[in-house]
Design a protein around this ligand. Sequence first.
Ligand code: ATP
Length: 289
Amino acid sequence: MDKILEVSVLNKSYGDFALCDISFYLPEGCITGFVGINGAGKTTTLRSILGLTNKVSGAVNFFGMDMAGNENKIKDRIGIVLGDGCFYEELTLLEMKNVIAPAYKNWCEQDFADYMEQFSLNPRQKINTLSKGMRMKYALALALSHKAELLIMDEPTSGLDPLVRSQLLKILKDYMNRGGRGVFFSTHITSDLEKTADMLIMIDGGQIVFQEEKDQLLDSYRIIKGGTEKLNMDTRGYFLNIEENAFGFMGITNQASHVMEHMQDVLVEKATIEDIMLANVERRKRDAV
Ligand code: ATP
């Protein structure tokens, strides 16, 4: 599988916060979710790899080309959706498109018209009258109308209602079905990832915690429930986090085989991406103390 993006030892600091030796890759043909709690460093990472912040060190390689020295060539091949989009609010959707389109060599009017129709957007409407969902769809229509091979989005689903969110996730799947492409999107709404992502990368406190295929990741974690008498110095070590109350304990482990061997009569359940993300955050907090 070809790497559509490879990031190596990326560092960037903002006073109290720093991205620390960030390394990961995006395989072609995958939707990759970038997860982390508020302030984990998702936006800073995306902006850094896209050359939108200064004083970044490390190597960023898109489509086998170094970002340094190939920025224009690379950006022609990427669709980017960041934040609410930097639009001129007084313009209509058509006028704003006319400002943006000339920046792309492969701009396709037909694709743009098709997406506008598919998203039920009126080209004559002014940007400052769009709802949040419409704005996201417009940003997506722009990002998808220049034959981009990689779509990078920062929290595209945040603030959208469930209907618009599920429409957006379907659009991403349709986009991927055309083959030879990749999607990289950050989110803390992990249920969106359960539905769409093939690969997951987690960041916390400016550090990459894991990069793993979603199915493999979900397979390697389990929620364990049982009586607190089963917890001792050794068995506690199998868990990333443990909650205890009068009825017993509940913990998340990525060492299920050890648990099964050493802890009898416990309940074993599957973990969600959210369970896994939060357990890793807690474990890192505890380890930092
Ligand atoms: P969220 O899910 O809340 O959007 P995030 O994972 O995208 O969070 P970032 O926006 O990357 O997190 O922020 C990471 C840290 O960097 C935060 O502590 C934030 O305050 C800090 N930060 C981000 N941008 C700047 C800036 N321009 N100047 C100073 N600090 C910044």
